[in-house]
Design a protein around this ligand. Structure first.
Ligand SMILES: CC(C)(COP(=O)(O)OP(=O)(O)OC[C@H]1O[C@@H](n2cnc3c(N)ncnc32)[C@H](O)[C@@H]1OP(=O)(O)O)[C@@H](O)C(=O)NCCC(=O)NCCS
Length: 138
């Protein structure tokens, strides 16, 4: 298994993987155009895990100049519980840290127990003092 930066050429394979791992979290922000823009804005920060000749894990990593954000942390079901998730998250945090950003946020659905356990185990602190509010700009 290797971890390497995600490229624009990975989009089709990654998007197909997300249909299995992350369907609920997908939105128009995951179109090819938006993901290409994200990769340009956060060069070499997002990662894929490759095993047996295919992409089996992803993490999108970026920052807005003040805080880091991780999205679409995912590993294909048959490759889970082997440390691939931790390796991807570690690499993402290293990339964010290297940009001079000292805090990283993630979003996790309240009923995603696996995701919550994963981030807690990794060392993320669950915030009880913050709600996420969203505004539709369309
Ligand atoms: C969350 C997710 C990315 C974790 O990926 P993963 O590759 O299984 O992660 P890891 O293997 O690094 O760690 C998962 C667990 O396996 C354990 N583990 C790690 N290496 C192991 C090994 N060699 N043998 C057995 N267990 C191991 C870890 O301790 C961890 O245990 P815990 O869940 O009790 O804390 C994966 O479950 C997933 O894709 N879920 C669906 C998408 C999702 O919900 N993403 C999070 C959005 S917020």
């Amino acid at each position: 298994m290797i971890i390497r930066p995600m490229t624009k050429e990975d989009y089709d394979e990654v998007y197909a993987m997300w249909q299995t791992t992350s369907k609920r979290a997908l939105s128009n922000a995951d179109s090819r155009e938006q993901i290409e823009r994200y990769l340009d804005r956060n060069a070499c920060m997002s990662q894929v895990a490759v095993a047996d000749g295919k992409i089996v894990g992803t993490v999108l990593a970026g920052h807005d100049g003040r805080r880091g954000f991780i999205h679409h942390m995912a590993v294909m079901p048959q490759y889970r519980r082997k440390g691939i998730g931790h390796s991807l998250a570690n690499t993402a945090i290293e990339k964010i840290k290297a940009e001079g950003i000292d805090k990283t946020h993630i979003f996790c659905y309240q009923n995603n127990e696996t995701g919550q356990n994963f981030w807690k185990d990794f060392g993320f602190k669950k915030r009880d003092d913050v709600f996420v509010y969203s505004f539709d700009n369309r």
